[in-house]
Design a protein around this ligand. Structure first.
Ligand code: ADP
Length: 226
């Protein structure tokens, strides 16, 4: 059975960072709907033009749109051993659609991890966040700066601030999370799938807690590269 995981948490909880680390460790793809949408915007597609207005104001894009994107993505070959979803589902409607899609594929969810971080901390993280334009690696101006100003340590790409990481949009995203996404915690808790993990602390410690609480079988973990 593929190792199908979901990472949840408010904006700024570290889902993207931990999803890529988990993905590397488990050799399954990290699927970020936010990154997929930003890619569409960058490529100038019709879909990109449609979603931009929602994203720039911190609103969710319509369920039917994002559900179609995810359904297509899960059918790609690289998901055959499992996947880590980051940023999906974000509404109960999306969670129900995911359940249906998984059922059709004959799969189920292994676990859902929710990263918890206090609101004042996520605001600090998001307002100082910078992301590599080319490989999406996240940095922070004071908490996790790159070695060269505005330059990605990994690929040398230029770092930029996301359009939705400005203070008034951050407030809106947190409001949307509390209203539309937080109810999903109960959805997965009721199904016995939810694990809540403290998202503060060092990246490696959060990753270790995730691996333990998501009941990831040791056989699924590759040896980390030092
Ligand atoms: P964050 O979790 O920090 O808010 P994301 O990159 O996951 O960042 O999402 C950025 C934006 O992309 C959201 O505010 C929303 O507009 C859009 N988005 C991403 N995933 C979804 C989704 N599953 N449903 C609706 N909108 C989404």
């Amino acid at each position: 059975m593929p190792l199908n995981l979901i990472l949840m948490g408010p904006p700024g909880a570290g889902k993207g960072t931990q999803a890529s680390r988990l993905a590397q460790r488990l050799q399954v793809p990290a699927i970020s709907t936010g990154d997929m949408l930003r890619e569409e915007i960058r490529g100038g597609s019709a879909l990109g033009r449609e979603v931009r207005a929602y994203m720039d104001r911190g609103a969710l894009v319509p369920d039917q749109l994002i559900i179609a994107i995810i359904e297509g993505r899960l059918q790609r070959d690289d998901c055959s051993r499992g996947f880590i979803l980051d940023g999906f589902p974000r509404t109960v409607g999306q969670a129900e659609a995911l359940d249906r899609a998984l059922q059709q594929l004959g799969w189920s969810l292994h676990r859902v991890g929710s990263l918890t971080v206090p609101t004042d901390e996520v605001v600090k993280r998001l307002s100082g966040r910078r992301t590599c334009r080319d490989c999406s690696t996240p940095y922070h101006v004071s908490l996790d700066p790159p070695s060269r100003h505005d330059t990605c340590d990994i690929c040398g790409g230029t770092l930029q601030q996301r359009d939705d990481d400005h203070e008034h949009v951050i407030a809106k995203r947190l409001e949307v999370y509390a209203r539309d996404t937080a109810p999903l915690l109960d959805y997965y808790r009721d199904r016995g799938l939810l694990a809540e993990i403290d998202g503060r602390g060092k990246h490696d410690d959060v990753l270790a807690a995730l691996l333990a609480h998501l009941d990831v079988p040791l056989t699924a973990q590759t040896i980390p590269v030092a």
